[in-house]
Design a protein around this ligand. Structure first.
Ligand SMILES: Nc1ncnc2c1ncn2[C@@H]1O[C@H](COP(=O)(O)OP(=O)(O)OP(=O)(O)O)[C@@H](O)[C@H]1O
Length: 317
């Protein structure tokens, strides 16, 4: 498969000397849904902003559909739609005027049938003649999506698309993402709703401290790093972990009613039988037990926390 976005050795040092990106190499394949995950301040927005031509890189190169984002800005940018984190638009303008205007900005001829369908897909058609400032927060976000899609881009960036939006908009958004994908649009999103990345994304990239630390197929990440978790519902709550259970990596949850044990599903010896025996010896009874696969969320927390590679999430920020 060919790359639709090609990022090579990209670095950004902001005025004041802060290095937000450090030698990022990343290839985004045509037609895929790519989720970019990283803690606050990792550099996600900076990366997206450079690809969209809003922020100038300090060094490195970005090609969008073969066009250099700096030297051939107009050509490159016309391929891209961006739904930013913040709502930024002329609040006094009418919805339909704003969306038509956005399309015109990219040099596309008016297409009233396309815009009508777009506004209908986003449940904005009835509001087309309203001034944007009169709309609810969720509706304003829908307008930002409509603007981003107004010129029929081949690549769509969604910067934290579901942060702070209601369930209905989230559902509509994912429906839209699925239908865009069917039409061959490449989608790159950043999200804190990691279970959505797990569900929607073909591949996941993890960014921390301005560096891409992992890129892989979503299910490969799950397989490689997937841990399982055993939850034991205790008969009597525990205030703290008994010293006698020190050799297992345990956690207490639900005010001491749940004992959680994370283990590697790929290991032959999980340590569970000895743990249960030891608990019996210590007189810790349980009334229920359950195991579950850890989510991408757990994996992500694992990756960005200090896990022996000498870097912690804090140090990276
Ligand atoms: N214009 C700027 N000038 C100086 N520093 C900046 C500027 N913009 C961003 N930064 C810094 O660069 C780092 C990366 O910021 P960025 O917004 O790219 O992170 P992010 O991964 O998108 O975070 P979040 O999840 O919080 O949105 C942060 O430490 C931020 O403070």
């Amino acid at each position: 498969m060919s790359s639709v976005i090609s990022i090579a050795n990209l670095s950004k040092t902001y005025k004041g000397g802060f290095k937000a990106l450090d030698g990022v190499d990343l290839e985004i394949e045509r037609g895929e849904i790519f989720a970019l995950l990283g803690p606050n301040g990792a550099g996600k927005t900076t990366l997206i902003s450079i690809v969209c031509g809003i922020v100038t890189p300090t060094s490195g190169q970005v090609l969008a559909d073969g066009h250099d984002i700096q030297r051939e800005y107009k050509k490159a940018r016309s391929k891209i739609g961006l739904v930013p984190q913040e709502i930024s638009t002329d609040m006094f303008e009418k919805v339909i005027v704003t969306v038509n205007f956005s399309r015109g900005l990219f040099g596309k001829a008016p297409d009233s049938a396309y815009i009508e369908q777009l506004l209908k897909d986003l449940s904005l058609w009835d509001k087309r003649d309203s001034a944007i400032r009169e709309l609810s927060g969720g509706m304003k976000r829908r307008v930002m999506i409509a603007k981003a899609l107004s010129h029929e881009p081949e690549i769509l960036f969604l910067d934290e698309p579901t942060a702070g939006v209601d369930v209905e908009l989230r559902r509509d958004m994912w429906r839209l993402v699925s239908s865009l994908r069917e039409r061959g649009v490449t989608i790159i999103l950043t999200t804190h709703y990691i279970e959505e990345a797990e569900e929607m994304a073909d591949r996941v990239g993890v960014i921390r401290g301005g560096e891409i630390i992992l890129v892989d197929k979503t299910e490969a990440i799950m397989r490689k790093l997937g841990k399982r978790r055993l939850s034991l519902t205790l008969q009597e709550p525990l205030e703290s972990l008994p010293a006698g259970l020190g050799e297992w990596s345990l956690e207490l949850a639900d005010e001491g009613h749940q004992l959680l044990y994370s283990f590697d599903a790929n290991e032959e010896r999980t340590g569970i039988p000895t743990l249960l025996r030891k608990m019996t010896d210590l007189g810790i009874g349980f009334s229920d037990l359950d195991t579950a696969k850890s989510s991408l969320e757990d994996i992500f927390v694992d990756l960005v926390s200090d896990n022996g590679d000498g870097k912690s999430a804090e140090a990276a920020e």
